[in-house]
Design a protein around this ligand. Structure first.
Ligand code: HEC
Length: 153
């Protein structure tokens, strides 16, 4: 086999495993748009639907809770790689602390992940009070991170 061709093929193969790196090099403006899109959908399913139920403002619907918990389980993992250092100077709602206090920013992401995992579990239990309490626990993490890392609305 032609040695050059073989090397090129190997490079392609190896490169395929580095998709995450390739995405991280997307244009900063694009990364910001994408992270905001994932956050907007979290807003739709959480602030717009789950939280009002937990607060007794809208009727409780266990099916919607179970569905949205699964949606959020995926959505809440999506925004974070969009806060790449290259996006620092793009106009957005992110405060500079996102890029300076990265350990605390990451800690808030992990906290959200834990609480959402718990929400998924408890949403299968049929225990309405426990579900509502867990929705409010998630809410605390959303607001806590916004307090430190998002511009005041
Ligand atoms: C780890 C920190 C963190 C957590 C946790 C977090 N957010 Fe945010 N959120 C941010 C930051 C930072 C922004 C501003 C992003 C930007 O403008 O690029 C933001 C922006 C948003 C926006 C506005 C998006 C837009 O288009 O401008 C919504 C809606 C939102 N978050 C909802 C939520 C919900 C719902 C939760 C909880 C389920 C949550 N966030 C949890 C950090 C967080």
């Amino acid at each position: 086999m032609n040695q050059k061709l073989f090397s090129a093929g190997l490079a392609l193969l190896l490169g395929a495993g580095h998709g995450v790196t390739a995405f991280a090099q997307a244009k900063p403006e694009v990364l910001v748009k994408q992270r905001q899109a994932a956050l907007t959908l979290q807003g739709k399913y959480f602030f717009g639907q789950l939280r009002p139920m937990a607060q007794g403002k809208t009727p409780y619907d266990a099916n919607v809770v179970a569905r949205n918990a699964v949606f959020l389980d995926a959505l809440t993992q999506m925004p974070w790689d969009g806060f790449a250092p290259s996006t620092r100077d793009v106009k957005s709602g992110a405060l500079p602390a996102v890029y300076t206090d990265t350990a605390k920013f990451k800690e808030n992401q992990d906290r959200l992940r834990n609480e959402i995992t718990r929400l998924v579990a408890v949403s299968k239990s049929g225990d309405e009070d426990a579900v509502k309490a867990q929705i409010l626990a998630v809410n605390k993490v959303c607001l806590g991170c916004h307090e430190t890392f998002r511009e005041k609305q």
